[in-house]
Ligand binder design. Sequence first.
Ligand code: IPD
Length: 288
Amino acid sequence: MKASGEDGKAPAGGPWEECFEAAVQLALRAGQIIRKALSEEKRVSTKTSAADLVTETDHVVEALILQELQTRFPSHRFIAEEAAAAGAKCVLTPSPTWIVDPIDGTCNFVHRFPTVAVSIGFAVNQELEFGVIYHCTEERLYTGRRGQGAFCNGQRLRVSRETDLSKALVLTEIGPRRDPATLKLFLSNMERLLHAGAHGVRVIGSSTLALCHLAAGTADAYYQFGLHCWDLAAATVIIREAGGVVMDTSGGPLDLMSCRVVAAGTREMAVLIAQALQTINYGRDDER
Ligand code: IPD
């Protein structure tokens, strides 16, 4: 499978070439494990809420990815979903840092709904360098490297140039909380966008793959409250390299740890969405 490079031609390496190649190989290996496990019986547990699920496969895949990377890059730092759930701190320092979601779309995975991904992001000096997302069932490998473009299975990705909310297909995800106040805000945000005339609002159950739709130009915008840095890191590079905008729901710069995001093909669209939203406060990943 081609990792990147239009028409299969690999772009110039860059300083983190070895790390990028390792991420691609691990995402593909993890994808094989997830694909096989999708149709099998699963042991399911809950984390922060009854809708926040984890399976033994999340743990197996995360262990595979982290063990391999820690062996190859012992001085690097790691942020990973299941380690964070077990109490590890999420701190983004200037050191080279891997940001890993072993299965994004765990609820889909539990239900055998075939929209699940592995997401591996990499940051240096607190700046995202590359992102690799593998759609396990459709075998689509999305990659983005800072300054080198974004690709899916070797085809260049480009965002939609739509600026008019009344012509937009908007994606979002529900997030883990189900208390009445959160649900009311979530539904009211959706209602505001529909009142503004959006063509549709979709929830596909995987924030990383929804963000890949945005990068591919098959949706015009994405917003969410309650996603985490491991949902966002890899996808942010891919969207930016596809020409899109990723920012905070306040309209300011993206804060990877703030558990909220608006992304769009154009800045105009991102601002329109941000202006329509009411904030749902999920706290910060680096303050848990
Ligand atoms: C979750 C999914 C879900 C989104 C959550 C994410 P997980 O990731 O992307 O669609 O609503 O906010 O945390 O738990 O499946 O890795």
